[in-house]
Write a protein that binds this ligand. Structure first.
Ligand SMILES: Cc1ncc(COP(=O)(O)O)c(C=O)c1O
Length: 379
């Protein structure tokens, strides 16, 4: 039997095309791909079947016309930003963005003459005021890290529409299961697929999606800056995505249950979860999200760093791991991981104390997570 002759058979699962380059029969076939947009692939840094299959699936979930897969969440953000700005342009960013995104704007792009400023996006008047200066791009996260403030994307999109400003939403903490920013007026949406979307902590990938005119510019940016994701990670992410709805729903249900349970335990000063009535954005989250409030929550231990160390040593069933979106529950400590290089004064201002822990809730049986948390709390 010839291995590449499938006859009438077709694979049920989209195959992995683990190749960096493709062959073509002649120059005419090559020209048709380059010049006429005929189907086909040439070089995997530009495009490859696994990235395209994944992108098509994500575009459907985001209500996007197109999506471009990139090698990480950061490369997706980089591609989106580079496609939107020129030297001399101004970017406005939420003051609660992921630290590396802020570094990209303030340390990297500033070297190329791009100006950046931050604003409290929970204050729409402050955003309107900041947009009085010509601004090319506003960057926000649907749910901020770690305190899960919710961006009023419809309100922000309204403000952007009155100017020349585009709205880019990093939807990593929400995923399209909770919220689809393009349906609420955003111009571009970015996801770190590394997290809940691929969902098994074995992939580093990102994606940028949209409906507007930027697809070709972003594809070119991805090719020239070398931002493309690789075939195997794309294949794994596509497999992970097929269970996203189930995983996300179970993890969100667990998170809501745990938030209420943690609030009743001794030694806990506060619980932060958008599904709880005391969260400052609870009403907004109810209005925007599709019935769930996410798989992320924070709680603050009485006793600061010492209490955190004791918790981590005792909570054997909950790995200390500074990422999110794994199958199982993991815990992180924002003050020494994601916000390690933020000044203590700024951390205090944001409410990121030494006793604050962030849980990425998984979909294992709830009693198993509670038992591990109870052990961590010394119960
Ligand atoms: C909200 C958010 N956006 C983007 C990223 C970057 O994603 P990646 O690590 O896939 O580059 C992260 C990573 O933690 C994140 O939390």
């Amino acid at each position: 039997m010839k291995a590449d002759d499938l006859g009438a058979s077709r694979p049920l699962v989209f195959p992995l095309y683990q190749t960096a380059v493709f062959t073509l029969p002649d120059l005419d076939a090559l020209d048709r791909i380059y010049d006429e947009g005929a189907p086909g692939f040439i070089y995997a840094r530009d495009a490859h079947p696994n990235a395209e299959a994944l992108a098509a699936e994500i575009a459907r979930r985001e209500s996007a016309r197109w999506a471009v897969v990139c090698g990480s969440g950061m490369s997706a953000i980089t591609a989106a930003v580079l496609a939107c700005v020129q030297s001399g342009d101004r970017i406005l960013a939420s003051n609660r963005l992921y630290g590396r995104t802020l570094t990209l704007l303030f340390q990297e792009l500033s070297r190329f003459g791009v100006e950046a400023a931050v604003v409290d996006i929970c204050d729409l008047d402050a955003v309107a005021h900041a947009l009085e200066r010509p601004t090319r791009l506003l960057i926000v996260e649907t749910l901020s890290n770690p305190l899960l403030r919710v961006a009023d994307v419809p309100g922000l999109a309204d403000l952007c529409r009155r100017t020349e400003c585009r709205l880019l939403v990093d939807n990593t903490f929400a995923t399209p299961e909770l919220f689809r920013p393009l349906e609420h007026g955003a111009d571009l949406v970015v996801e770190s697929l590394t997290k809940l979307m691929a969902g098994h902590s074995d992939v580093t990938l990102g994606v940028v999606s949209g409906n507007g005119d930027l697809e070709q510019t972003i594809r070119q940016t991805v090719s020239i800056w070398g931002l493309m994701g690789n075939p195997f990670d794309s294949w794994l992410a596509q497999r992970g995505l097929s269970t996203l709805s189930l995983r996300c729903r179970s993890a969100c249900d667990n998170a809501a249950n745990l938030a209420d349970w943690l609030a009743k335990q001794h030694g806990i000063l506060r619980v932060v979860y958008p599904g709880r009535a005391e969260h400052p954005d609870h009403e907004l989250a109810k209005r925007l999200f599709q019935g769930h409030f996410g798989n992320m929550l924070c709680f603050e231990l009485d006793g600061g760093r010492e209490a955190v160390n004791a918790f981590l040593r005792r909570a054997i069933g909950i790995p200390f791991s500074p990422s999110l979106g794994h199958t199982h529950t993991t815990v992180s400590h924002p003050a020494t991981t994601s916000h390690r290089y933020v000044s203590p004064a700024e951390r205090r201002r944001q409410g990121i104390t030494d006793g604050l822990l962030r849980l990425s809730v998984g979909f294992e049986p709830i009693e198993q997570i509670k038992a591990a948390l109870a052990a961590g709390l010394g119960q």
